[in-house]
Design a protein. Sequence first.
Length: 94
Amino acid sequence: MNEFEKEKVNLETAKIPWSELQRFFAKGEAVWISSELDLVEVGYQFSIDNKIEIQKWLENKRLGLVTDEQALRWFETDAEVWAVVVKPWILVQE
């Protein structure tokens, strides 16, 4: 594992109001990450395009595109989420 790249992902992680990420959700670019996973680790795996690991998480329902229900709940509660950009995706975690 490249610690420099992982540290870069860590430094780009921030808490942000969901309302500021809605445009990414509308474009289908917002990915929900389960609280069981480490957001930085997932971001790193996305950044190195580790399709095998990402597919496992998808199959185990530990990540996926943000659903309409999640987006509405976060909007209605004015939620803040942890987020990191790994283009073209915005990875978000409650």
